[in-house]
Design a protein around this ligand. Structure first.
Ligand code: ATP
Ligand code: MG
Length: 424
């Protein structure tokens, strides 16, 4: 027993020597109780921020407005926050002001869920005034205090609720769930960046299907309609398919799978991901997979190997080899799914089997996927044709790339220059 992290033990010990109370709090205590590995360590203390800064040599005032000082120890960084209570929440997100207090129990009371409202002293003794340990043992996620009030104070807690329920495999306690249903409309007040960060942790975590189902059942997703106009009902038709999402290891694949099941045009998906504050690179990686599938579906109605091969290879060049390989990973997970519906179902029945059989081998036959891999450069073409560079060059190079990719001309300098001259 006792705290295994020597740096944390040192911080708690020095605070205690100086006459203050100090505890580990929040996620690290929860994870310790569950026997899980601990990420970051948060410490709560009766010392005021300036007192914390006097005790330790190396500190950074990372969040003075809410009483947080980061203490730098040889072992790592520790966030030390003065016991506080939160007053007057504004705008359904975080309190307008905080007041320092001297009582741990009062500090734990402002925390979101009972399992996050436990503290541990340097000897490893648990302080658990709201029954977090019992709830964890029963597999329950429960708000501290009156759930209705807690979600009304800070609407982000509703997303945290679903994130914790899915990632820790917990049932949401009845009154907490009722409060979530009642307060779901408040979600529209939460900044997209926060929404994205929580959704990302759900989708990229251990139980994305359960998270999506809870988001649908709670009405939280429906309340994001204005910001994210996606046809969420489509997921109900693909309920079984949601389970295969967790079989995908790559995070982009998970998003691509979910969004493919919604059957939203790829440009809408691209815009939605950008509105969700995903990086441009993330948004593009996902949207290109969907765009590739659309291009194939639009051109190959019936399974017919010859045109499919051409459409697939061209698609892989236009959308990128990475997108092509990602699409194959998605399709590999989907045949097991029952109850397929809609246009996507036709694609899965008619086109996907052929792609799964031949797609990989076809990609191996493609000698070049990008202009970088083409055996000549724009400079070479300009010299060979004795022409000033201009928009014509990009079009010509793309044409040469696609023909070389399809094997119509060899990816060799001489042959490509001949083809460029003939095309002129
Ligand atoms: P993880 O780091 O795995 O997301 P965590 O519980 O440590 O889990 P943090 O966001 O790091 O979550 O917050 C640390 C602690 O602060 C929480 O355990 C909880 O006690 C409290 N807390 C965080 N966000 C809120 C919130 N929106 N409302 C109330 N308490 C919160
Ligand atoms: Mg944490």
């Amino acid at each position: 027993k006792g705290i295994k992290d020597p740096g944390a033990a040192e911080v708690l010990g020095r605070l205690a020597e100086a006459g203050y109370e100090a505890y580990l709090v929040g996620g690290c205590v929860r994870d310790a109780v569950l026997g899980r590995s601990i990420k970051d360590i948060d410490i709560a203390t009766s010392a005021l921020p300036e007192q914390v800064m006097e005790i330790f040599h190396r500190t950074v005032p990372t969040g003075l407005q809410h009483g947080t000082v980061t203490v730098l120890m040889p072992q790592g960084m520790y966030e030390v926050t003065t016991f506080r209570k939160e007053a007057a929440y504004e705008g359904f997100r975080r309190p307008a002001s905080v007041a320092y207090i001297s009582d741990l129990t009062e500090d734990l009371k402002r925390r979101d869920f009972t399992m996050n409202a436990m503290a541990m002293n340097v000897a490893g003794v648990l302080q658990d005034p709201y029954g977090g340990q019992a709830d964890l043992a029963a597999g329950l996620l429960r708000c501290v205090g009156i759930a209705e009030e807690r979600f009304g104070e800070d609407a982000l807690r509703m997303l945290r609720c679903i994130r914790f329920a899915s990632t820790y495999d917990l049932e949401i306690e009845a009154s907490t769930w009722q409060a979530l249903l009642a307060n779901a409309p408040l979600l529209r007040h939460i900044a997209m960046e926060r929404v994205r960060s929580e959704l990302q942790r759900m989708v990229e975590g251990p139980a994305p299907a359960r998270a999506v189902r809870l988001l649908l059942a709670s009405g939280l997703l429906a309340n994001l309609k204005k910001q994210l106009p996606l046809p969420y009902e489509a997921w109900l038709a693909w309920d079984d398919a949601l389970d295969v999402v967790s079989a995908l290891e790559e995070q982009h694949d998970r998003w691509a799978m979910l969004l493919m099941l919604l059957e939203v045009p790829s440009d809408v998906v691209r815009a939605a991901l950008q509105d969700l504050t995903f990086s441009r690179a993330d948004g593009t990686a996902v949207a290109e997979v969907l765009a590739l599938r659309e291009a194939i579906a639009a051109q190959v109605a019936v399974e017919d190997p010859a045109p499919l091969e051409r459409v697939w290879k061209l698609g892989a060049v236009r959308r990128g080899e990475a997108a092509a390989r990602a699409l194959l990973r998605l399709l590999r997970e989907l045949p097991q799914v029952e109850g397929k519906r809609g246009r996507l179902a036709r694609f899965l029945e008619e086109t996907a089997p052929a792609l799964l059989r031949r797609g990989e081998a076809w990609l191996k036959e493609v000698p070049c996927f990008s202009l970088k891999e083409l055996a000549i450069s724009g400079q070479d073409v300009a010299v060979a044709l004795d022409r000033q560079p201009g928009p014509w060059m990009g079009r010509l190079l793309q044409d040469l790339l696609e023909r070389a990719a399809l094997g119509e001309i060899p990816n060799e300098r001489e042959a490509l220059i001949d083809a460029a001259q003939a095309a002129k």
